[in-house]
Ligand binder design. Structure first.
Ligand code: FES
Length: 79
């Protein structure tokens, strides 16, 4: 599969690899020259958000995801 691949790691980060841009809330691109993959924090404990710094291990973050159990969120109604 070409494009972008996101992998939700059990008890840890979301790995992003492939062709992607990381932007802030205003849409400004975070410069990451030469970076082909990143791990994004989903535990909230990283000191280097939005990137994972491994703090999830010490924090005891627990979240096991399998493809069979993922339910896509419903889109928010337009306001
Ligand atoms: S997921 Fe690794 S520090 Fe949060």
């Amino acid at each position: 599969m070409a494009g972008t691949k996101l992998t939700v790691n059990n008890n840890g980060s979301i790995r992003v690899e492939g062709d992607f841009e990381l932007c802030d809330q205003d849409g400004d691109v975070v410069p990451m020259p030469g970076v082909a993959r990143v791990s994004l924090c989903r535990c909230g404990h990283s000191a280097n958000k939005p990137f994972c710094d491994g703090a999830h291990k010490g924090a005891g973050f627990s979240s096991v995801i399998t493809a069979a159990t993922v339910n896509a969120p419903r889109p928010k109604p337009a306001s």
